[in-house]
Design a protein around this ligand. Structure first.
Ligand SMILES: [Zn+2]
Length: 279
């Protein structure tokens, strides 16, 4: 499959997915209540397209820009979280397969190389272009939420226990399981990427150095999505290889995580958010 085609179609799917999220206003309210906010909302998440020298990435960034896919995601984030100052999400060529949150600059960087890695790695396991696009889209959104987890821990100065990498995966999973039909699928796609890159198929290693073993991340995310609604996702046990022994603890694990994030984010989440494109 041609790389370029995969990328173009991915952009299209990303847009649809994000419009869907924007449409699910009730779902975004899972953290909401009429609690007092920690500070006045004086900043915004902002998408910044950085430099790309590689002509494939230049074209890719143009397509992304024109699709407004990330801009739509940012509208959703701005409708949910309060910020003291602008929070850039930068998309650029990095010369490495990576994505990170920069604590000094307080910004997220998503590398073009990472999107390329998603496309390459998923092309090994999907049968159609449509499946590839959904996979690239899902993994991209999951990684963005994972990095957002690091970012929110930093800017809100959240106290947590355990490994921050796990905690960031937890936040991504908690938010995504609250986003309608597609959210849990996005989380599972992120998990699938970890599974694929744990078995030495294609590139994609640099990013994961300081993270839990990718297979562990896969089973954790699977467990949390299952735990969010064991009845709905009962086919995970067995089908996706979630062992019964672990599955029995997932609802409890998810419940604990939910309680933590619900309380931790409450002062920073706008009450009764109503996402809209004119914000
Ligand atoms: Zn991380």
């Amino acid at each position: 499959m041609s790389k370029k085609k995969g990328i173009i179609l991915s952009v299209v799917i990303l847009v649809i997915g994000l419009f869907y999220y924007i449409g699910t206003e009730d779902q975004s309210g899972q953290f909401n209540s009429s609690r007092k906010l920690a500070f006045e909302d004086t900043g915004d998440f902002k998408i910044v397209y950085g430099e790309a020298k590689n002509s494939v990435y230049v074209e890719y960034n143009e397509l992304l820009k024109n699709s407004h896919a990330f801009e739509n995601l940012v509208i959703f984030l701005n409708s949910v979280f309060i910020l003291r100052k602008d929070f850039p999400i930068i998309i650029r060529q990095c010369d490495t397969v990576n994505a990170w949150y920069d604590t000094e600059k307080e910004e997220i960087v998503l590398c073009d190389e990472l999107f390329e890695s998603f496309t390459q790695n998923f092309s090994y396991i999907v049968n159609t272009k449509e499946e590839l696009d959904k996979a690239v889209d899902g993994a991209t959104v999951f990684i963005l939420y994972h990095e957002l987890g690091h970012g929110l821990i930093d800017i809100y100065n959240l106290t947590y226990s355990g490994n921050e990498e796990d905690v960031a995966d937890q936040m991504a999973s908690i938010i995504l399981t609250g986003l309608g039909e597609d959210g849990p699928k996005v989380a599972i796609t992120g998990a699938n990427y970890f599974y694929i890159t744990s078995s030495e198929i294609g590139p994609g290693y640099a990013f994961w150095d300081e993270h839990a073993l990718n297979q562990q991340r896969y089973y954790n995310i699977l467990c949390w999505v299952y735990g969010s609604n064991p009845e709905r996702f009962n086919y995970f046990v067995g089908t996706y290889g979630l062992p019964q022994e672990r599955a029995e603890r997932c609802q409890y694990e998810y419940g604990n995580m939910y309680k933590f994030w619900d309380a931790a984010l409450a002062p920073y989440v706008k009450a009764q958010t109503k996402p809209g494109i004119n914000e």
